[in-house]
Design a binder for this molecule. Structure first.
Ligand code: PAF
Length: 282
């Protein structure tokens, strides 16, 4: 497994992997890898990538005052061991100044799916995500990029950005990996205290009940309000529980069961903000 830390060596390594019409898959990450990330490598290959490059870059541009950049978990040695064992071909590990050299002054703002939800909770977050993903796509010239459905809004923002900027890359959406009790895998789960970890799967349970009630034809606002109340009773501080049009992220009050919809949730448990989503009907 090759490791590149600067752009010229990355470009040369990617070009070599793409030689003779071979297709290159990209798995963008911020490190602290878990099985969900490793499933993205598998998905990139299954979708047709002959070789896979994983990036590990804790992107300062997508953190704001509410997020703690310094607190984001880092484990370079552990991550490299996991990527190597998973058969990754190349790792892109740029220092901040290689990604954002002095004088750097361009960002990408995606309207549409960036609005609301995480866009409200974390102002500037999707600007940072869209900017770094566009750079990663252009730096690697990857044919396929695999993103987890866990960050549903991010997946919509990145897909919209690639389409709008005519970047020739296929975005592969990969279903969320869950722990045995249903908790969506996340690098931030390691910050849950033991009693919070025991409560955390209730988020997924409540969402499954809410999705079932909506599919059964109940009134959406009342079902969502009851779901929020159940979360509060379990000890969560919910930020939102919402039903949206799956691609545009527009909130839905009256569901059309024939159109793709997504149930989204963000809720704090202690100091950890948990995110989850699922299709409706489930
Ligand atoms: O989901 C993440 O880990 C990050 O937002 C991403 C896509 C790697 C961009 O920094």
């Amino acid at each position: 497994m090759k490791i590149c830390r600067y752009l010229p060596s990355l470009r040369a390594a990617c070009a070599a992997l793409r030689a003779s019409g071979r297709r290159l898959g990209l798995v963008p990450t911020m490190g602290a890898l878990h099985d969900g990330h490793l499933s993205l490598l598998t998905a990139a290959r299954t979708t047709g990538a002959d070789a896979v490059v994983a990036s590990i870059f804790v992107n300062p541009l997508q953190f704001n005052a509410n997020d703690d950049l310094a607190r984001y978990p880092r484990d370079e040695d552990g991550d490299l061991a996991k990527l190597s064992a998973a058969g990754c071909d190349l790792v892109w590990l740029p220092p901040v100044e290689a990604m954002y050299p002095p004088g750097n002054a361009s960002v990408i703002d995606v309207a549409g799916p960036s609005k609301g939800f995480e866009g409200d909770a974390r102002p500037g977050h999707f600007r940072g995500v869209a900017t770094v993903c566009a750079k990663l796509f252009l730096q690697t010239s990857a044919d396929i990029a695999a993103f987890g459905e866990k960050d549903w809004q991010q997946l919509q923002v990145v897909s919209r950005m690639a389409r709008d900027l005519d970047i020739p890359i296929h975005i592969e959406a990969v279903p969320t990996m869950r722990e045995a009790d249903g908790l969506a895998m996340s690098s931030r789960n390691r910050f849950l205290r033991a009693e919070e970890r025991a409560t955390a799967p209730i988020l997924y349970q409540v969402m499954q009940e809410v999705a079932r009630d909506i599919s059964a034809g109940g009134a959406v606002p009342a079902i969502l309000a009851a779901g929020q109340a159940r979360l509060v009773a379990a000890g969560f501080a919910p930020d939102y529980l919402a039903l949206v049009v799956a691609e545009s992220m527009e909130p839905i009050a009256t569901p059309d069961l024939a159109a793709p919809m997504r149930l989204l949730a963000a809720a704090k448990l202690g100091s950890v903000r948990l995110l989850d989503n699922m299709p409706v009907p489930a």
